[in-house]
Design a protein around this ligand. Structure first.
Ligand SMILES: [Zn+2]
Ligand SMILES: [Zn+2]
Length: 268
């Protein structure tokens, strides 16, 4: 993975520390970890970001499922630390079918989960809460919901990750410079741009406001190149925010093309 990141010209990396789909995590091989960290150091790749597996649900109303999600996330925080990672990114969660969108009850369960996680892990890895597209039962697509969670959590230990595809699908327009400026100012007023640890740079296959979470290559979706150019170079963003691609791989050179595209757009 580290060698591939170098080949692709990455300046930062996001990985899963285990299979994202399920099963018990394989123990990390200390030899591999040392080699990976050496490669990152030599090539100035920083920070390393880890994403929690998809099967977690910090908002589950099923006590056992929620306890399991807490367990896995505590384990992933420790694994991220071992890997030398700076951030662990998590989606907010999924509500029950009969609850309203971004249900306050579901958000309260997320808060309870996060408080428990923080009481069981006291290391340096910071948790980043990622905005969702609001697809299906997903919660945490609106800035207000993320702000409500953060208001009750220590800022030094919990921040945010802004996903462009999810924001656009939820109804935050990023397709032109003035819209990007408006959304970033809104994010700043409601959540605070100083909480931002990372940005997920994904174009959107789904229409604006569709709540469909389908990522597209940078510039080939409904957001488009001008939206990304404005976002990447925005003076509103704090300095040195890592931009992570979660774009599709339809052909083998797609990752390289997307990395090159975002680098070409960057002027700052
Ligand atoms: Zn994302
Ligand atoms: Zn997504």
């Amino acid at each position: 993975m580290a060698e591939t990141a170098v080949e692709l010209g990455c300046e930062t990396v996001q990985i899963f520390s285990r299979s994202p789909r399920g099963g018990k995590a394989k123990a990390l091989d200390p030899h591999d970890v040392v080699r990976m960290r050496e490669i990152f150091q030599r090539h100035d790749i920083y920070p390393l970001v880890v994403h929690v597996p998809y099967f977690l649900n910090l908002a589950s109303s099923d006590h056992e499922k929620r306890a399991y999600s807490v367990e896995v996330m505590v384990e992933d925080l420790k694994r991220t630390e071992t890997l030398g990672g700076r951030y662990l990114v998590t989606h907010i969660g999924h509500k029950d079918r009969d609850e309203v969108p971004d249900s306050p009850d579901a958000l309260a369960r997320v808060l309870e989960s996060l408080e428990e996680i923080l009481s069981r892990y006291s290391g340096p890895v910071k948790i980043l809460l990622e905005n969702t597209a609001g697809q299906g039962q997903e919660i945490g697509s609106r800035f207000e919901s993320i702000a409500a969670l953060l208001a009750n959590l220590p800022r030094a230990r919990v921040g945010t990750c802004f996903d462009t595809c999810h924001a656009f699908a939820q109804g935050y327009d990023l397709s032109e410079p003035s819209a990007v400026e408006k959304v970033l100012k809104q994010f700043d007023a409601i959540i605070g741009l100083n909480t931002l640890g990372a940005i997920h740079l994904n174009d959107s296959k789904g229409d604006f406001g569709s709540r469909i979470d389908r990522h597209q290559h940078i510039g080939q979706g409904k957001i488009g190149l001008e939206g990304f150019r404005a976002l990447i170079n925005s003076p509103l963003l704090p300095p040195d925010i890592p931009g992570i691609l979660e774009t599709p791989v339809d052909s083998p050179d797609d990752d390289k093309k997307n990395v090159e595209t975002v680098k070409r757009l960057r002027t700052v």
